[in-house]
Design a protein around this ligand. Structure first.
Ligand code: FE2
Length: 439
């Protein structure tokens, strides 16, 4: 591949081009593969190595920008605010979904190019499931590089289950996590074979889990492994023997650093599998939806309690819709309200929150429903869990803004044409009190 001059990152093409009309590499139906895999999707976790550096190291936004990094950070600080995009589950494994994926990517691109300063986003944080079905080299171009060819910003990512599940018999060098690392965790920015004739360079994240340190916000990213459900971030005492406990030490080190620095910005935790996914109280998982990951949440809660730092919000993907919970807890002698946001509506598919099964109508909850029953053995003192709002018919993405005082998470909706957007939902958190305030 021709490589960038002086090893500097490149994000988009010099000349914008129209959306493609077809996949470069045809993608066969999922059905046969899924039938073959059977319950491996619920059992086969994957191993991974430590991130580069020490567990409390951060990866700065300036590094992602290369030579333009210092000026970019200075401009954000001068604006007094940072704005970024986030969403998950963008990959279109079926050509019938490609239009949706392209519409989301096009809208993100238009937003990045057209928003006036200081509201212009500075990066996209992908919440995983970038390439379906399982992160194959040959599908990266159609599902990642081509849709984002005009997107002018860095794209950082944590892997989803589709970026990590290892189909039995796959050669080690073709393992999806290897391909992900090659494209997102390179030691130097370079044009990868997956980018084809496009110029977006590989990202230089230190690992599949990493902490992004940007002005006003620190994002602690966790890799929640390869299962359909649940998320897995550690061995859980030997239950998942090939999963290292590296992320427990890492999470503790990052939170301890935040504590010792008396960090005053917004603290976010991201992981692909959501701690909470709506399901009716009957206990049945919503058909077509993914379930909650209470064990992961318990581990996060436990480490947060040990250190005495709780994030201002938790962002996830995986469920193919938008769900915003507010978890009220008593932590460190304060009552806190923590948004748990699911944004898996990045283009792959949309599932109803209530689900529908065997011709039965779906059980759509009302906004503000108390779903405290979704709490399973919490390791913090929880007062209430509410499903504040959701959207399960249209695609969309998050626009997150942080200044010195507040974190603002907005879900932007694409209309049926994908040509327009609207702010469908917004939640604002006061950083000092960690409570939800008027927008
Ligand atoms: Fe997923």
């Amino acid at each position: 591949m021709p490589q960038p001059v002086f090893g500097q990152p490149i994000f988009n093409e010099g000349i914008a081009s129209a959306d493609p009309s077809h996949f470069l590499v045809p993608h066969p139906s999922d059905n046969q593969l899924y039938k073959q895999l059977g319950d491996a999707l619920q059992k086969n976790t994957v191993g991974f190595g430590p991130m580069r550096g020490k567990p409390d190291d951060t990866y700065t936004l300036a590094t992602a920008y290369g030579a333009r990094g210092d000026d970019t950070v200075k401009a954000i600080l001068a604006n007094g605010k940072i704005v970024f995009h986030a969403m998950g589950d963008s990959g279109a494994s079926d050509f019938r979904d490609y239009t949706s994926q392209l519409h989301v990517a096009d809208q993100l691109t238009a937003d990045a190019l057209q928003s006036p300063s200081p509201d212009r986003p500075t990066f996209l944080y992908h919440l995983g499931d970038i390439v379906y079905n399982f992160g194959e080299t040959k599908y990266y171009y159609d599902q990642f590089y081509e849709p984002f060819r005009n997107y002018p910003l860095p794209i950082l990512a944590i892997p989803g289950n589709h970026d990590s599940f290892l189909v039995p018999g796959t050669a080690p060098e073709a393992a999806p996590l290897e391909i992900f690392s090659h494209n997102f965790c390179a030691t130097q920015p370079g044009i990868t074979v997956e980018a084809g004739d496009l110029h977006r360079t590989s990202m230089t994240q230190p690992g599949v889990y990493f902490t992004l340190d940007a002005p006003f916000v620190r994002i602690i990213g966790l890799f929640s492994n390869a299962l359909e459900d649940p998320g897995v971030i550690s061995s859980e005492g030997g239950k998942w023997p090939n999963v290292p406990d590296l992320q427990l030490e890492y999470l503790k080190a990052q939170l301890t650093r935040i504590q010792s620095e008396n960090y005053s910005g917004a603290v976010l935790i991201t992981l692909h599998h959501p701690p909470f996914v709506f399901a009716p109280q009957s206990g049945a998982q919503s058909p077509g939806s993914h379930g909650s990951s209470p064990s992961v949440l318990r581990q996060i809660d436990t480490i947060c309690s040990e250190v005495g730092v709780y994030p201002h919000a938790i962002l996830s993907g995986h469920a193919h819709n938008y769900q915003r919970f507010t978890r009220t807890l008593s932590f460190g002698g304060k009552n806190r309200e923590v948004p748990f946001v699911v944004c898996g509506s990045g283009g792959h598919h949309i599932n109803s929150v209530g689900g529908s099964n065997s011709g039965q109508p779906s059980a759509e909850p009302v906004f503000g429903t108390d779903v405290s029953y979704l709490e399973v053995n919490p390791a913090v003192q929880v007062t209430k869990l509410v499903l504040a709002k959701y959207q399960d018919t249209e695609f969309g993405y998050l626009r997150v803004a942080v200044d010195g005082q507040r974190l603002r998470i907005a879900f932007h909706l694409l209309d049926g044409t994908g040509l327009n957007q609207s702010e469908y939902d917004v939640v604002t958190v006061d950083l000092a009190t960690s409570t939800v305030v008027a927008n």
